[in-house]
Design a protein around this ligand. Structure first.
Ligand code: PEP
Ligand code: MG
Length: 556
């Protein structure tokens, strides 16, 4: 048995057979050819096959994970069909007499290098996509299939030196049980994706995995951070029984929630969600975090009382063209319809820092997490902000919609954001476009500044939702994306907990509700402390709601 201790980033425990996802380029030798015509033909056939695979992957992802995730594969297809990329590969075959595999690897390397030197962080990041595309072409040239065939029909644990969201999505579905990545961070979008898929994930920084782990049995413990390759029978037995009892619990919950027949399931979905209260009757609202319509479905299935954080930026990521007001309205209205009378809190665009969207050009900043992010970006792009606010207000006629502004530091930012909201409503009224006249308006408390002056801010809004991921980052001066300093990114730090308590106290004093929508809200070891502080709402990944409900109901 070989074991590693890593950072648990998505809870649960699973045992399965390892599928090691190697970067194909890393095992690409320089091969020469005499028959350049044959190599060019091979390249063209592989490019066509890769395009067909990407179309299929796009459809699968659209079904399983929504538009924003699926769009990644549309971008990959555009890269694949890029004429410069093709001529570069062709020249390497015809002039340098390289094999098709070597030409693809070299062309991708050159492209990625040029992107890295572009001076734009967003463009540099596209180097990883070029590498993804090259891996795909090389794999096809080597005659390998795309499905996780090496482990047949077995349930897999995906192991890679860096698991990206696109890699995760490629394997998502029934076969994927857990993730082990050699690089990453707890609040990366891969980790958030793992949590929304409800699978355990552990990041073991500093370890380089190779194909020798392929086919081995592996246990991923998303609670302790343990990863065990070829575990002994005793360890495996313990995990199997933990898996069995959690599967039994899940199925018991499922059958009591969804009942057994389709008819009853439909009934369940229109019934109000279960209330959650402590033994003494203190009611805690349980909402879910979502980024897509599929997440909204999962939230309803898990008995969420609403969506406490809709990460609206997911509709912009992976797109080269901005979504129109009509498109955004359609998404928000579809979600509001699914939710019926349940609350639907749309967080306005939080682009910047680690989230860059191709459709929103941004400067290369030395400290993006401290730069043009969220509202700062919206204020600098009035049309962008207004378009989103109009869509939010229009969705307000379909359901119980609220709006939430992220990354607030000062009172003037709330005034400015509310001014935009007022102007958008006035325009809609003049144009006779149906919209909500009054919309519940809240802010995220995710900077120490906002927490400290939350007494002042509370007078201006209807609610607070504490974003503990960023609150931790900004309080402890630790970049949440930097895996090398992950040990300093401690959301349990007393300073963070006290800021939460202070915010909840100010909210209570001003008669507004205060919740938590950052990852810490799902940490059941803190639920009691949060409730004592006055937190009355928790919003977490749908898969975390069962444990939270159980914990709250057990509290005095
Ligand atoms: C947070 O910062 O805690 C939060 C919920 O927002 P995000 O993770 O999307 O930055
Ligand atoms: Mg945040």
């Amino acid at each position: 048995m070989k074991e590693y201790k890593g950072i648990p980033v998505s809870t649960g425990i699973a045992a399965g057979t390892v599928f090691f996802a190697a970067a194909e380029r890393s095992v690409c030798r320089t091969e020469k050819t005499e028959d350049t015509k044959k190599e060019t033909r091979r390249l063209i056939t592989a490019l066509n096959k890769a395009a067909a695979e990407l179309t299929e992957l796009y459809r699968k992802t659209l079904r399983e994970a929504g538009t924003s995730a699926a769009d990644i594969f549309l971008i990959h297809k555009m890269m694949l069909q890029d004429s410069d990329f093709y001529s570069r590969m062709r020249t390497l075959i015809t002039e340098d007499r390289l094999s098709a595999e070597t030409a693809v690897g070299k062309a991708a390397e050159e492209f990625s290098r040029e992107l890295a030197e572009s001076g734009s962080e967003y463009i540099a990041e596209r180097g990883a996509d070029v590498s993804d595309v090259a891996d795909r072409i090389i794999r096809i040239l080597r005659g390998k299939t795309t499905a996780p065939a090496p482990v047949g029909t077995e349930k897999i644990i995906l192991v890679a030196n860096e698991i990206t969201p696109s890699l995760t999505l490629m394997f998502s579905g029934l076969q994927l049980l857990g993730l082990v990545s050699g690089k990453g961070s707890a609040t990366s979008h891969t980790a958030i994706l793992a949590r929304s898929l409800g699978i355990p994930a552990v990041i073991v920084n500093g370890v380089t995995f190779d194909s020798s782990v392929n086919g081995q049995t592996c246990i991923v413990d998303g609670v302790s951070g343990g990863v065990y390759f070829s575990p002994d029978s005793q360890k495996l037995k313990a995990v199997r029984s933990a898996e069995k009892s959690s599967a039994e619990k899940a199925s018991a919950e499922k059958s009591s929630a969804e009942k057994s027949s389709e008819k009853e399931r439909e009934l369940f979905e229109i019934l109000p969600p279960p209330e959650t209260a402590t033994q003494s009757g203190k009611k805690i609202t349980l909402y879910a975090n979502a980024g897509s319509l599929e997440d909204v479905d999962a939230a309803v299935r898990c008995g969420a009382e609403g969506i406490g954080l809709f990460r609206s930026e997911f509709s912009y990521l992976g797109r080269t063209v901005l979504p129109t007001e009509a498109e955004l309205t359609a998404v928000y209205q579809a979600a509001a319809k699914k939710l019926g009378t349940r609350k639907f809190i749309i967080r306005t665009l939080d682009i910047g820092a680690d989230k860059k969207a191709a459709c929103i050009p941004m400067q290369n900043e030395p400290n993006p997490a401290l730069g043009i992010r969220a509202l700062r970006l919206c204020f600098a792009n009035p049309q962008l902000f207004t378009t989103q606010l109009r869509a939010v207000l229009r969705a307000g006629v379909t359901g119980n919609v609220a709006v939430m502004f992220p990354m607030i530091c000062s009172l003037s930012e709330i005034h400015r954001a509310k001014q935009f909201l007022k102007a958008a409503a006035a325009d809609l009224k003049n144009e006779n476009v149906p919209h909500a006249e009054r919309i519940e308006t809240g802010i995220m408390i995710e900077t120490p500044a906002a927490a400290v002056i939350s007494d002042v801010l509370a007078a201006e809004v209807d609610f607070f939702s504490i974003g503990t991921n960023d609150l931790t980052q900004y309080t402890l001066a630790v970049d949440r994306q930097n895996a090398d300093i992950a040990e300093y990114c401690d959301p349990h730090h007393e300073s963070v907990l006290r800021l939460i308590e202070l915010t909840a106290k100010h909210a209570r004093e001003h008669g507004i509700w205060c919740g938590i929508c950052g990852e810490l809200g799902a940490d059941t070891s803190l639920t009691e402390r949060f409730i004592k502080a006055g937190i009355s709402e928790l919003s977490a990944a749908p898969s975390a709601l069962h444990a939270l409900r159980k914990k709250i109901r057990s509290l005095p």
